[in-house]
Design a protein around this ligand. Structure first.
Ligand code: PMP
Length: 414
């Protein structure tokens, strides 16, 4: 690929960067170049302020109080549910369950829907590029239920084999749980087509949206997925809060997850009746401050415009890919036709961690290692990769700094 000479400015990146205070800090006496956005994104000042505003001005427990602070906190908390509903195109706020993040969302489905529906001999289909959080809950369930975990293979470009997928689907397949965007390769999977095929085979589908929610337009009704899980912290929001979307009829008919306050209607020692959606799945005092600030993050993305963000990030990806390809001995892992915003690579037989340490000394933050996708690394016969992942505040100049840093690292390590 030939390097584009310039990146068209689709975003006012300078003014966006001003909204992210952490981008002004220095690391090892160098300006921070933050390229680890797939692990977690940085937070704009508005999100940081929303957290402290809650604790400063209206800290109270939600839903149960009738006093002013409790009402203000409840309103703000529920406003996030509406914002999240709009963000992923869900039909109603009842379909938005707040969780700690993607991991908890997937586990919730495994422990409730999974325990209710999976019987011995059933098959659960995942892919070879899943994050550990979309592997282990299903392994636990399959072990408990004597069910079988089947794996959709990945080709050398880092794309799913759709042919193999179609062959794997059969009347024993009860669930397909699939990542929409791979955190290790950047591959965008054709989830709509996959959901359609799974439904024809009679299977339910969970989409792991941890990486896709920030980059792609999500419309769960158009996708027709049964469940969709994502984390706020990868969408410029706080850690410790995420969303599990589920179709209402499914959530209604599933057993409860955790027991406690908030998820009940009435408790006696003989019997407990459960609350309506979405509270049925939200036991205990939730993460109120971070949930409230999550709306500020969603507002920030909406105001900036997802289409412009995506265009900017695609431009960065094209530029970075073209530059990386010029480096002798560098091999990009994951060359799917459809990719977003991250590039994984290995250089000769240099251990990724050694590169990461040298880059860190230059103020450059990348991720190195297996990215919680050990089976995928095994598939490619590597211990791990160096991964640079981009967000709306990254610039072409930062990619130049990365390339320069890599060239220096190679010289030092060869
Ligand atoms: N799935 C994918 C594809 C991810 O990238 C991640 C986070 N690295 C997760 C699931 C888990 O998300 P969390 O740690 O926020 O629960």
């Amino acid at each position: 690929m030939k390097a584009p000479n310039s990146i068209p400015e689709v975003l006012d990146v300078a003014s966006i960067r001003n909204q992210f205070p952490i981008l002004n800090r220095r690391v090892k006496e160098k300006p921070l170049v933050y390229l680890d956005n797939a692990a977690t994104s940085q937070k704009p000042q508005s999100v940081i302020d929303a957290i402290s505003d809650y604790y400063t001005n209206y800290n109270a427990n939600i839903h149960r109080g009738i006093h002013t602070l409790a009402e203000e906190a409840t309103l703000a908390y529920e406003a996030t549910r509406h914002a999240a509903q709009e963000f992923i195109g869900a039909a109603s706020p009842e379909e938005i369950i707040f969780t700690r993040g993607t991991t908890e969302g997937i586990n919730l489905v495994a422990y409730t829907w999974g325990r209710q529906h999976i019987i011995p001999g059933d098959e659960i289909l995942i892919s070879a590029m899943e994050h550990h959080s979309n592997i282990v809950p299903w392994q636990i369930l399959c072990e408990e239920k004597d069910a079988v975990l089947k794996i959709i293979p990945v080709n050398d470009h880092g794309e799913l084999s759709m042919e193999a997928y179609m062959e794997l689907l059969n009347e024993r397949t009860k669930l397909v749980s699939i990542v929409q965007v791979s955190n290790a390769l950047g591959t965008v999977n054709p989830v709509k087509e996959m959901i359609n095929a799974a439904h024809k085979a009679g299977a339910r589908v969970l989409v792991d949206g941890a990486q896709s929610a920030v980059h792609l337009d999500i419309d769960v009704q158009d996708l027709d997925c049964d469940f969709f899980a994502f984390s706020a912290h990868k969408v410029y929001g706080p850690t410790g809060i995420g969303v599990l979307y589920g179709k209402k009829e499914l959530l209604d008919s599933m057993p409860v997850f955790q027991g406690g306050g908030e998820m009940i209607k009435e408790v006696t020692f003989e019997k407990t009746t459960y609350n309506d959606l979405p509270y049925k799945y939200e036991a205990g005092t939730p993460n109120i401050a971070d949930t409230i600030a999550f709306k500020t993050a969603l507002d920030f993305v909406k105001e900036t415009g997802k289409a412009a963000i995506r265009e900017h990030e695609n431009n960065l990806l094209d530029y970075a890919t073209a530059q990386l390809q010029q480096i002798p001995g560098l091999r990009i892992i994951g060359e799917a036709k459809e990719k977003v915003s991250l590039v994984s690579f290995v250089i000769k037989d240099i251990h990724p961690q050694d590169i990461g340490i040298i880059l860190d000394n230059m103020g450059i933050a990348v991720r190195t290692g297996h990215h919680c996708t050990q089976p995928l690394m095994k598939r490619f016969g590597i211990p791990g990769t160096v991964r640079a992942s981009f967000a709306l505040y990254n610039t072409r100049e930062e990619i130049d700094i990365l390339i320069n840093g890599l060239q220096k690292a190679i010289k030092m390590l060869s």
